[in-house]
Design a protein around this ligand. Structure first.
Ligand SMILES: Nc1nc2c(ncn2[C@@H]2O[C@H](COP(=O)(O)OP(=O)(O)OP(=O)(O)O)[C@@H](O)[C@H]2O)c(=O)[nH]1
Ligand SMILES: [Mg+2]
Ligand SMILES: [Zn+2]
Length: 322
């Protein structure tokens, strides 16, 4: 903001500043502005009523009014470009928890082993990112523990359908430069199950960061205290951009997805759908189904087809928990 735009009659020292929320802990937010960091709270009137989701989150651009003591009030959350979020249930109502606001990129981290990767979980993550129009990069960590051929057997299919896949090891340093490259200048987050090595990878990408490794970082039990105690934080990257380290996600519920809508989020299935004989084809039992035919011939990986059917016809809560 230039000086000429400052309101002259404002009672505080200066007018509201625009900034980026880089840290959030139990309602206390750190906003990074051109003139330094400000500790802020969300203004009372923005907090009124029962929230259906996080009102402000790390990654949000906000306008913050500065008080005489240097702290701030967030007056306005600017419209989000993208949102990486998940639905929390089990608190009596559904709540949209924002993992990161305005991400350019989501790095979906899975280990090739220890813990064994749940590809169904990865497919769910991909549905979420496709739906939210967030670019996803798949990071396969701990490749030091498995021969390349076996890693390819698990994850090669994602490359084949067009995703960027980075093979990495926080132990040998493989893939670290590639990670740095794709994060540079962007707002991104790592996301994935607990214990896959997200914090370890970030420590390698940003030497000196010293994130805790090997800690169980999400609250025990379902639905307990999940959106009160977590600290969420963005780390500034050398060469620009920010990255978030998110505690292991054990659940990633999909919500409100219409059956036919799912087609669009499986990138290799979507282009085949117009070839199905019936235009309301569910790709399960119908004659003349191009999708099923492709799965049978191997053109679509049968594991992805199974994931699709599970998401479309399975109990939505069934495999929430890893
Ligand atoms: N062999 C091997 N072990 C790794 C690698 N990366 C991480 N580990 C180990 O895996 C364990 C979990 O690593 P973390 O970095 O804490 O995993 P995380 O994904 O941050 O886990 P949460 O914070 O719980 O979500 C630790 O014991 C690490 O030392 C790797 O590339 N190879
Ligand atoms: Mg961690
Ligand atoms: Zn079909």
């Amino acid at each position: 903001m230039s000086f000429s735009q400052l309101p002259l009659s404002d009672s505080s020292n200066e007018g509201p500043r625009e900034g980026l929320v880089i840290r959030s802990q139990a309602g206390y937010l750190t906003v990074r502005t051109d003139n330094g960091d400000v500790q802020a709270r969300l203004r009372g009137r923005l907090r009124r009523g029962r929230a259906e989701g996080d009102l402000v989150a790390v990654g949000d651009r906000v306008r913050v009014a500065i008080h005489d003591d240097g702290t701030g009030s967030i007056e306005e959350v600017l419209p989000r470009k993208t949102v990486f979020s998940r639905q929390l249930s089990g608190v009596g109502y559904d709540y949209q928890q924002i993992i990161l606001a305005n991400p350019d990129l989501a790095l979906l981290v899975f280990a090739c082993t220890e813990p064994n990767p749940s590809l169904r979980m990865l497919d769910r993550f991909l549905v979420v990112t496709e739906r939210a129009r967030i670019t996803a990069v798949i990071v396969v960590n701990k490749v030091d523990l498995m021969p390349l051929e076996q890693v390819d057997n698990l994850f090669g299919m994602y490359r084949a359908i067009g995703y960027d896949v980075i093979y990495a090891s926080a132990v040998t340093g493989q893939g670290i430069e590639a990670l740095r490259e794709c994060m540079r200048g962007k707002l991104s987050t790592l996301a994935g199950p607990s214990g896959v090595g997200k914090s370890s990878l970030l420590n390698k990408v940003m030497p000196g960061l010293n994130l805790q490794v090997g800690e169980v970082s999400e609250g025990v039990g379902r639905g307990k205290g999940r959106h009160t105690t977590q600290v969420r934080q963005l780390y500034p990257l050398e060469g620009g951009g920010y990255v978030a380290d998110v505690p292991g996600l054990r659940t990633l519920a999909l919500w409100d997805i219409q059956d036919e809508e799912l087609d669009a989020y499986f990138v290799e299935i979507a282009p085949l759908v117009p070839e199905c004989q019936f235009n309301d084809c569910s790709h399960s039992h119908e004659p003349g189904c191009a999708v099923r035919k492709a799965a049978e011939s191997g053109r679509i990986d049968p594991r992805r087809y199974a994931s699709y059917l599970r998401l479309r016809f399975g109990d939505p809560q069934e495999d929430d928990e890893l």
